[in-house]
Design a protein around this ligand. Sequence first.
Ligand code: G6P
Length: 612
Amino acid sequence: MCGIVGYVGAQDAAPILIEGLNRLEYRGYDSAGIAVIQRGQLKVRKVSGRVADLQADLPARFKGAPGIGHTRWATHGEPTVDNAHPHVDSAGRIAVVHNGIIENAEELRAKLQADGVEFTSQTDTETVAHLVAAAFRTGGAEDLEQAVRYALRQVVGAYGIAVVDTEHPDRIVVARNGSPVLLGIGEKEMFVASDVAALVGHTRQVVYLDDGELATITAGGYRTFTLDARSTAKTPSEVDWDVVGAEVGDHAHFLVKEIAEQPRSIERALRGRLDERFNTAHLGGLNLTVREAREFRRVKILGCGSACYAGDLGAQLIEDLARMPATSESASEFRYRNPVVEPDTLYVAVSQSGETVDTLAAVQELQRKGGRVIGIVNVVGSTIARQVDGGIYIHAGPEMSVAATKSFTSTVVAFALLAVHLGRMRDLAPTEGRRILDGLVALPGQIEQILDDEKRTGTIEAVAREIAQRPSVLFIGRRRGWPVAKEGAQKFKEVSYVHAEAYASAELKHGPLALVSPELPTVACVPDDDLHEKNVSTLAEIRARKGPVVALAHRELSAELADRTIVIPQSEPELDPILMSVPLQLLAYHAAVALERDVDRPRNLAKSVTVE
Ligand code: G6P
């Protein structure tokens, strides 16, 4: 979690660091800090709170470069000023920012304390600052690279770090092991960050470090090497994100901006992938020959949070269209189960950020056992994207709000393409392939319609205001509506802090019906499909117990069945869940706004969960 940014060049670092931290704040936001070298002296400023507080606290004379900055999501120690990064050695020479967890921090701390080092924080990171200083004092290091290598050889754990040294004021040394670090190449200046979002606006040329790699960056360039000082060769990549995608613009929040972007993000997910001639999908990045793809008998999908729920919908699409058994599971559970890995199963890892530690660990466990894993990922060049054997980039652009929206719908679109691709190699008829492709192409216009209807009528906002006042909300759905309900409940609770729970409609009788009363609103997915009558019976059961009902449906339901109907356009039945998800995103958004929540940065959460 946590974000790192660094700058070396002729400009003052502070404004660049603050801008980068603002873009990274979704990674963690309980404290923030920056350090710059000003005429051979280290200047450090830290706050407990947001980047905006840090910016407000920064004196005008906070000048100089290089500099490093950090926004934190606390793991070791409370989010106090002392525990905020950067951490500095006792002589005030070395400053360090760090993402990840140093597992042997206690042991290192005890050793350093025995040597007389005094600690000023409870963090694991501070040990690195003291170790780098000790490398110069007693370890025989002559330059910063050597000193950082000396320090890291003693460290066990995951890190992405950036280090500055007043004695080497022309450089930043960075290192990666399990926590992302990338270099941004500018004109006579260099940047470093944990996340590409911090670099948009400065450069599109980036270099991703691999685990076990370090780099020294100066205004003139960079050099990469390993812990045992062997040089490594890197090829810069081009980033396709633009600065507009990473800025809130005229919108009140990133969340509502990203909801509104979905027509365009879905178009990008489809671009170049529709094969009109054979009524299938082109997915060149899968790196699978037809023969290989046909040999798979099953599909297993792994992800966390919204990525997992998108995977639930993906599994249904693959079963429906490719007629292959498919299931989705939380990657965090899967990785600890000592899973049976089968050669005829195609594994799919889903991750917006491409950095979620549990999903990455699941991929690594699968690959260790010989499993073939493809990814459905948003962030190009991210760790999971580089770890998998092939995949589909969803090209949703930067998603800055913690709650996933456009990445969710674009992931489901990618699954629809994958399902058609696998299906058309098997028994999916060309006309059926065509039906789904036409349905996909129509989605952007239909989402526009949902957004326009809401602008015109304000129905969803009105419903949100009402149900936000209740202590709890139930979300229900059947078959494809069930993952929609899960994602709807997740969105609702994470941004509004109102308890929300999702149930498969048929399970209602097995427990939660006991909760139904005039106090508990139910949000129900009621698509016009072959299960419509069953859904209607469920609503009748709820209404018989005086439970308020908000229905998501393709036509207005009678007052006996629902107090309010949110009417949405109809797609192909397999794709309806994509459209149904959009009003539920708006419902969560408006409830959060009504309750004056921190919409884009819900308490205790972070966008990419890179620690266990
Ligand atoms: C966090 C975020 C969720 C997200 C999940 C998986 O919990 O708050 O919105 O769905 O991580 O993230 P990923 O980047 O792997 O999709």
